[in-house]
Design a protein around this ligand. Structure first.
Ligand code: HEC
Length: 89
């Protein structure tokens, strides 16, 4: 029993990390971006652009509009911050 408890604890801790939302690790943001932003076009479409944070926000909100509920507010925020970091100007 003790052994099982020791094995599960790190898994629970790892599972809790994405709950922190916008401060989610880049790898989580990247995974989310790759999932949500490849629904209609390849991710090379955004990755080929450089935009200011405001421009990324506008773009992501427009994509969210197209996606009809498949991109949540929280997803949109995380992706906007992520793109501002890796493709900002
Ligand atoms: C529901 C379909 C759909 C999803 C999901 C989607 N896109 Fe798009 N995207 C489009 C369409 C349609 C266009 C071309 C029309 C336009 O630019 O508004 C486009 C064009 C683009 C462009 C080029 C135009 C520009 O403003 O620079 C970028 C960048 C882009 N998408 C980024 C994203 C990002 C980032 C995500 C994830 C948050 C995303 N897209 C998710 C449909 C989608």
């Amino acid at each position: 029993m003790l052994r099982v408890g020791l094995l599960l604890t790190p898994l629970v801790l790892v599972g809790l990390i994405p709950v922190s939302g916008i401060t989610a690790e880049d790898s989580d943001a990247k995974a989310l971006f790759e999932k949500r932003c490849s629904l209609c076009h390849p991710t090379s479409r955004p990755l080929g652009k450089t935009k200011s944070s405001e421009e990324w926000e506008k773009t992501v909100m427009r994509m969210k509009g197209y996606a009809g509920g498949r991109i949540s507010d929280k997803d949109a925020n995380i992706i906007t911050v992520y793109l501002g970091e890796i493709r900002g100007k």
